[in-house]
Design a binder for this molecule. Structure first.
Ligand SMILES: Nc1ncnc2c1ncn2[C@@H]1O[C@H](COP(=O)(O)OP(=O)(O)O)[C@@H](O)[C@H]1O
Ligand SMILES: [Mg+2]
Length: 237
């Protein structure tokens, strides 16, 4: 469970103050597939970065499973990110000179508690799962955008994180590939009971989410639960 209490993020540039987040309070349940929506500049990416321990708020609190993340040392934050969190970005963020296999293995290789055999086994399993095992020796540029995004999703789940963060993962994809990516998130959420927090500004993505939080000018302006989805997806509070 993620508890967000009166979160503020203020960027100061010279004399100008930008309130990117202006008092966000929100609780995200375990296993939830949450959509964060809102116009460009409404604070979606900023919120995701705070929750993903990629940046620190100006004030307010974030508790993950009861732990106040502001109390973590840099080392604890790094470990927490590595073992508990996964990230998917709009531009895939794959390493261009590494093969598909190597890209997906990176988070697993960084862990101290995995043998090389285990990493190879996990990586191949996940490539099989996303239907790209036969592309394991290819470089990212030899794949389509949709395939590259599937590789980045594989990389984000190789450590079986508790929480997956995705910032507009379909922004550079056509409708068909967006559906493939969204279906993959849905399956991951169902099978692994992973919490997924996904930023989007496409209306039709709403059908995939259990719950939709709308931001405007750094504030939550609506918070709607999708009752039907909630039960059909087996999501339990
Ligand atoms: N590093 C930064 N420095 C200054 N202002 C920023 C920075 N990052 C974001 N902002 C501002 O904060 C607001 C929210 O940005 P962002 O979270 O990226 O919105 P969204 O992802 O919803 O488009 C915007 O007004 C943006 O210009
Ligand atoms: Mg953004």
């Amino acid at each position: 469970m993620i508890e967000i209490l009166d979160l503020q993020k203020i960027y100061r540039m010279g004399n100008v103050e930008v309130r990117a987040l202006d008092g966000v309070t929100l609780t995200i349940e375990k296993g939830e597939f949450l959509g964060i929506m809102g116009a460009s500049g409404s604070g979606k990416t900023t919120l995701l970065h705070m929750l993903g321990l990629l940046d620190t708020p100006t004030s307010g609190k974030i508790l993950i499973d009861g732990m106040d993340i502001s109390l973590f040392s840099d080392y604890e934050k790094t470990m927490f990110r590595l073992y508990k969190l996964g990230y998917v970005f709009q531009d895939y963020a794959l390493v261009p000179d590494l093969t598909v296999m190597e890209n997906v293995s990176i988070p697993a290789m960084l862990r101290q508690d995995r043998t090389d055999e285990q990493t190879t086994k996990d990586t191949l399993e996940i490539l099989e799962r996303i239907g790209l095992r036969d592309r394991k020796d290819h470089l990212p540029r030899e794949l389509s955008g949709g395939q590259q995004q599937r590789v980045s999703i594989a990389r984000s789940i190789v450590n079986k994180p508790d929480i997956l963060f995705a910032d507009e993962p379909c922004a550079n994809l056509d409708t068909e590939n967006s559906k493939i990516v969204l279906d993959l998130f849905r399956e991951i959420n169902r099978e692994m009971q992973q919490t997924i927090v996904m930023v989007s500004h496409e209306e039709w993505h709403k059908d995939y989410f259990h719950r939709i939080v709308q931001l405007r000018d750094g504030k939550v302006v609506s918070d709607d639960m999708h009752e039907e989805r909630k039960t059909s997806a087996g999501f339990q509070q």
